[in-house]
Design a protein around this ligand. Structure first.
Ligand code: HQG
Length: 199
């Protein structure tokens, strides 16, 4: 069993292992649960004991304890992102799902403005069709431009930060959901609610 004492916490090797674990949890909870015969309900919950069993059966993840999973849940993979949530004996990804079975969230009243960080490359298509979920179930929106910049920087070293007039879109019937403090979701944001940079 791997014991994380204060001495071996946050060493680069420790961080790498937690990042690997976080990516694997994303794979089974957001993208391909069926590959591991993992049942997920419509709010995204899976059984944590079942997830631990799956990990134990994989040579690369035999070392993982429930405490390791809790570190990923609480600290992210070194980036403080709250990708997962544990409640009693269940675990879920808060957002980011790409599998076909729809994940349902309660509707919310969004803040008046939300932000979306994207690449220069995507701008032309966004101008034509608005924001679309592409490979995921929902478009992901950020409550502040700094978070949006970090999201966009995954795809472009000079990301574009788009401003979404969310309250106005909500009033016009676009449904928003809040997946986490820093993540809002919508199925589609029509371009009339997105401030596009001049061409
Ligand atoms: C773009 C990460 C063409 C969109 C992040 C984005 C986030 C369009 C890309 C979360 C388009 C999709 C999600 C259109 C939007 N035509 N491209 N009409 N509309 N796009 O990864 O928002 O680290 O699925 O701008 O932090 O980048 O995984 O979405 O560039 O919270 O926890 O299509 O994933 O979180 O890319 O990121 P993604 P995203 P984690």
């Amino acid at each position: 069993m791997t014991v994380f004492s204060p001495q071996n916490r946050s060493t680069p090797a420790d961080q790498r292992r937690l990042t690997k674990l976080s990516k694997f949890l994303s794979l089974i909870l957001r993208h391909q649960p069926e590959r591991f015969a993992l049942a997920i309900d419509e709010e995204g919950w899976a059984s944590l004991p079942e997830v631990m069993e799956i990990l134990k059966g994989l040579p690369n993840f035999r070392w993982v304890t429930r405490a390791d999973v809790m570190r990923v849940v609480e600290e992210g993979s070194g980036d403080d992102k709250r990708r997962f949530e544990v409640e009693g004996n269940r675990i879920r990804a808060r957002y980011g799902h790409s599998f076909a079975q729809p994940i349902l969230y309660k509707p919310c009243m969004p803040p008046s403005i939300l932000y979306h960080g994207t690449s220069q490359h995507a701008l032309a298509a966004i101008r034509r069709e608005g924001l679309r979920p592409m490979g995921r179930q929902y478009v992901h929106l950020s409550p502040d431009p700094g978070t949006a910049a970090r999201v966009g920087a995954r795809r472009d070293e000079r990301p574009v930060i788009l401003t979404v007039r969310a309250a106005e879109a909500h009033a016009a019937g676009v449904v928003f959901h809040q997946a986490d403090e820093a993540v809002y979701l919508a199925k589609h944001v029509p371009v009339e609610f997105v401030e596009m940079p001049d061409e």
